[in-house]
Design a protein around this ligand. Structure first.
Ligand code: FES
Length: 102
């Protein structure tokens, strides 16, 4: 079992996951509102999250879509993350109150 801690601008979630689960599926199953502008297809580069603990090397898509500074700062594309070990991340959870500020 893998422990995933998700810090958002609204809440903190502690979730038990299986190895190999995709972050995008976990967010959907947990009803955490996060926008995948291109439908989580790896095309837009806008599903940015920050890995606080348990960071992996960037994927090829991360390298194509994110700046060197973002990569060094722990930013990754949420739609490209498979859970391999315990991880802590930060993301901007969308609510009806902050949706218009995007
Ligand atoms: S949702 Fe578009 S790259 Fe992840």
């Amino acid at each position: 079992m893998i422990n995933l801690k998700i810090n958002t601008n609204q809440n903190i979630y502690n979730i038990k996951c299986k190895e190999g689960e995709m972050l995008k599926d976990i967010l959907k199953n947990e009803n955490i509102n996060f926008i995948f502008p291109c439908g989580a297809n790896g095309r837009c580069g806008n599903c940015k999250i920050k890995v606080l603990k348990g960071i992996e090397q960037p994927t090829n898509l991360d390298k194509m879509k994110l700046s060197k500074y973002e990569l060094e700062d722990g930013i990754r594309l949420a739609c490209c993350i498979y859970l391999k070990h315990n991880m802590e991340i930060y993301l901007n959870e969308i609510t009806e109150y902050n949706f218009l500020d995007l």
